[in-house]
Design a protein around this ligand. Structure first.
Ligand code: HH2
Length: 286
């Protein structure tokens, strides 16, 4: 069923789960780098994601995997130029995964409606004012350090409290820039400057972030912490672990799930929802 951005922004109240399919037009993303650089391949991938049940697509032209190299707005726009209009024509909301206002503006002009900023507005001071001017929605994510350095020695006294305080401060920064609070989605940034235990504590205590009163997105998809538990070194073989992480976060109140493997998550969420409403079904006269 098609979804509009406002439904995503209300998903914490309606308890509707929203699946955001990942499309990386990069040569170096950790799990699908190089596969969708060709515009025709990228378009076909986006169509597949929607057919599999993605209610939105997050498209990125710069990898943020640990140790990754930063690339400038011009190169990001070059990678997006051909594919973005096609993806925006698929009938689902599109979010642009960038920290750069110039790239975000290019994407909004092409029809994107959401800016997914893994720096939560810290990289480019022009990004939040742009979001405000354009009436876009924004995803604000927690990250300790930068993609280049974040996994070197991440340390927290209380990871859940610190991530919550960071997100509260970034929501305030967005509001100061003119972004209405109800246009914001927050994200603990699974894998961004976090050890295994930090990721697990955040997923287990996601309700502490939900208590900020905004939709919470989680992005555990195929990430290394899953491999640390299962022993699976190959990212594309971490699908079951991804689903488990999403279901656990959903129980705590997360409602938006950024994943590569849309069909598997959609089916799992459907079964989970059917079990959750089983009592209601039993009461229905046959
Ligand atoms: N994770 C990645 C990229 N962008 N955005 C949000 N909001 N939350 C996340 O957890 C998140 C994100 C990293 O995953 P991926 O896009 O698959 O890899 P890469 O950064 O190597 O392109």
């Amino acid at each position: 069923m098609a979804l509009c951005v406002d439904e995503m922004l209300a998903s914490h109240r309606t308890r509707r789960s929203v699946i955001v399919g990942i499309l990386n037009v990069t040569p170096d993303s950790f799990s699908d780098g190089g596969r969708f650089l060709d515009p025709a391949d990228a378009r076909a991938r986006a169509e597949r994601l929607v057919a599999d049940g993605a209610q939105a697509i997050d498209i990125g032209a710069e990898s943020t995997r640990p140790g990754s190299r930063r690339i400038g707005p011009d190169e990001q726009i070059r990678r997006l130029r051909e594919v973005l209009p096609a993806v925006c024509g698929l009938g689902v909301p599109v979010s642009i995964d960038t920290t750069q206002a110039e790239v975000a503006e290019f994407a909004l002009d092409a029809g994107a409606q959401i800016v997914n900023d893994v720096s939560a507005g810290r990289d480019d001071p022009g990004l939040l004012p742009l979001v405000a001017r354009r009436g876009a929605a924004v995803i604000l994510m927690h990250m300790l350090g930068t993609p280049k350095t974040m996994q070197e020695d991440p340390h927290y006294e209380d990871v859940v409290a610190e991530v919550r305080a960071f997100l509260a401060a970034r929501i305030a920064a967005a509001e100061d820039a003119g972004v209405p609070r109800d246009r914001v989605v927050i994200d603990p940034g699974i894998g961004f400057g976090k050890r295994l235990a930090h990721n697990l504590l955040l997923l287990r205590n996601i309700e502490a972030l939900c208590s900020l009163g905004l939709p919470v997105l989680v992005g555990p998809s195929r990430k290394r912490f899953i491999g640390e538990i299962t022993g699976e070194a190959e990212p594309r073989h971490r699908v079951a672990g991804t689903v488990a992480a999403c279901l656990a976060a959903r129980r705590g109140g997360a409602s938006v799930f950024r994943v590569h493997d849309v069909k598997e998550l959609a089916e799992s969420l459907a079964v989970d929802a059917a079990i959750a409403t089983a009592g209601d079904l039993a009461k229905t006269p046959t």
